[in-house]
Each structure stands twice: as structure tokens, then as C-alpha cells.
Design a binder for this molecule. Structure first.
Ligand SMILES: Nc1ncnc2c1ncn2[C@@H]1O[C@H](COP(=O)(O)OP(=O)(O)OP(=O)(O)O)[C@@H](O)[C@H]1O
Ligand SMILES: [Mg+2]
Length: 268
């Protein structure tokens, strides 16, 4: 075997190396070194362990969605690079699946048909059918496959979207405030679902949220960002078992620390 083609297996799925993003008409080197109001991301360096659940927390407008788009290959950095499995990201990858905050289901397809889209390249129709039923059940939508999106609640539509993303067997799942529009109780239910799903399918998940408690309950790792021009304030590892009670012990201390770091001092 050609030794030069053997790459050591990285424990990191994603590596962010000296990454800058400046929204300039012409993104010159000079623009990168002078801080302006178009300067969004500044010298980001961190890694995302393979199969981890990593949450991004930071002030509104700091560039979390921009960073997610860059990692997914939909946007390019002004300087620096993103490595996935040790290789530079050059563009979108069909195994990198996005779930956004907004409804992403096709309204003219049923829940079943929307989920089936995730495996449209699978030739065996019986296998496709079995998989769709399995994923409908997994996200708690058994019996609702024939419903159109407008006949489902907001939480059910999210579940269908999560199922459509998971059935595609994503290498990396990108979630940009996926539960932001849901009511409080449904959000809590979706958190539980996500933990179950991640235990069953330990893929790498990059998850943006504004909800500190959500991040503490879900994440193996939390990346905290500063205000713009945005850098990484802290990378926190959370090696705690689930389910997590953040009202007690180390997690309560960690929760207070994150709230204070994000400038919230009251009501703790
Ligand atoms: N195409 C663009 N051209 C110019 N500026 C942009 C563009 N896209 C994003 N921005 C700016 O980059 C900054 C970061 O935007 P982004 O949407 O990534 O922030 P965010 O952290 O996801 O915010 P939120 O938490 O509110 O979703 C914003 O100030 C935004 O105005
Ligand atoms: Mg955003």
C-alpha cells in the first residue's frame, strides 16, 4: 500500500483554523487586519470531536449562522480554513445535512413523502418504505405519514424534518436554532428526542441555540462566542451523563458561569 495515501484517523471531525470572515465588496488582506463594522469572524480556532454534539452559543448577530454555512461549504472564509476529516472544505457535501429554524418541509408532499426525499436515491422501494416507517415511528409520528405539513403542529413538522435529515444518514448534521419557534414544552420534548436520536445515531451534530439551558442539556461541547468582531470566548467540555439536572452540583455552577459570561447576572 502507498504509505503517503494513509492519513492518520483524526479524532476531530471538524477543525476551524485561523478563520476570518469580513463582508467586504473586495475582501483584501488589509480589510482583514483592520477591524470594521463588516468584520464578522476573527481568528477562530477550535475543533469539533467526531460524533460529538456541539452547541454554538453567542450574541445575536455574532456570526453563528455564517460560521455554520462556512463549515458546510455554502460560504467561504476570508482567511483561514475548515477541515473535515482532515481535508479542506471546498463546497457543499450531500452527507452534510441542514435543519433550519424555518419550516423546510415541502407543503405539497405528505410527511411520509417529505421523509422519503432523504433516501430518494435508494432504488429498493420496499426498503425505502420500511425505512420511512421506521423513522416516522422514531420521531413519534407513527400514523401521521399521510398528513400534509399544514395538517401537522409546529412540533410535528420539526420531527418530520429531523426524520428527513436523519434518514439520509448524515455525516454531519447542521442545526440552526431548529427548535427556536416552538413553545416551551414542545422544545423540552424535542430536546429529549434529540438526545435519544444522538444515542442511537451518534453522528456529529453542530447545533446553534440561544438557549443556554438547552445547550447544557444537550451538548458534549459548548463553543461560546464573543460579540462582533467575533472570536471564541471559551470552549467547554461537558462529560456529564444524561439526563442532566442543571439546578444542582457542577452543572449549576457551569450554568451560572455561562450566564455570567454572556452578560446575564440577574435571576440565577
Ligand atoms: N451576505 C451578507 N452580507 C453582509 N453582511 C452579512 C451577510 N450575511 C450576514 N451578514 C452579517 O454578518 C453578521 C452575522 O450574521 P449571522 O446571521 O451569521 O449571525 P448569527 O450569530 O447567526 O445571528 P442570530 O443569532 O441573530 O441568528 C450580521 O451582523 C449580519 O448582518
Ligand atoms: Mg443565526
Amino acid at each position: 500500500m502507498n504509505q503517503s495515501s494513509v492519513r492518520p484517523q483524526s479524532l476531530n471531525k471538524v477543525e476551524i483554523c485561523g478563520l476570518y470572515k469580513v463582508y467586504e465588496e473586495t475582501s483584501s488582506e488589509a480589510a482583514l487586519d483592520s477591524i470594521s463594522d463588516r468584520h464578522v469572524l476573527t481568528d477562530l480556532n477550535f475543533a469539533v470531536p467526531a460524533r460529538s454534539f456541539t452547541c454554538f452559543l453567542g450574541p445575536s448577530g455574532c456570526g453563528k449562522s455564517t460560521l455554520l454555512r462556512i463549515i458546510a461549504g455554502f460560504d467561504t472564509p476570508s482567511r483561514g480554513e475548515v477541515l473535515v476529516d482532515g481535508d479542506p472544505v471546498c463546497g457543499p457535501n450531500p452527507k452534510h445535512i441542514f435543519v433550519f429554524q424555518e419550516d423546510g418541509l415541502f407543503p405539497w408532499f405528505t410527511a411520509y413523502e417529505n421523509i422519503e426525499l432523504g433516501i430518494r436515491n435508494l432504488k429498493d422501494s420496499q426498503k425505502r418504505h420500511e425505512l420511512v416507517l421506521e423513522y416516522l415511528e422514531m420521531v413519534g409520528l407513527k400514523g401521521f405519514g399521510g398528513y400534509y405539513p399544514h395538517e401537522l403542529s409546529g412540533g410535528m413538522r420539526r420531527r418530520a424534518e429531523v426524520a428527513r435529515a436523519l434518514i439520509a444518514n448524515p455525516d454531519i448534521l447542521f442545526m440552526d436554532e431548529p427548535f427556536g419557534a416552538l413553545d416551551f414544552v414542545t422544545r423540552l420534548q424535542m430536546r429529549e428526542e434529540m438526545l435519544n436520536v444522538h444515542a442511537m445515531f451518534p453522528t456529529t451534530i453542530l447545533f446553534i441555540t440561544h438557549d443556554i439551558d438547552e445547550a447544557i442539556q444537550l451538548a458534549d461541547q459548548i463553543v461560546l462566542f464573543t460579540e462582533r468582531p467575533t472570536s471564541v470566548k471559551e470552549v467547554l467540555s461537558l462529560g456529564y451523563p444524561h439526563p442532566r439536572d442543571f439546578t444542582k452540583g457542577d452543572l449549576a455552577v457551569l450554568r451560572r458561569h455561562i450566564y455570567r459570561t454572556m452578560g446575564v447576572h440577574a435571576a440565577l
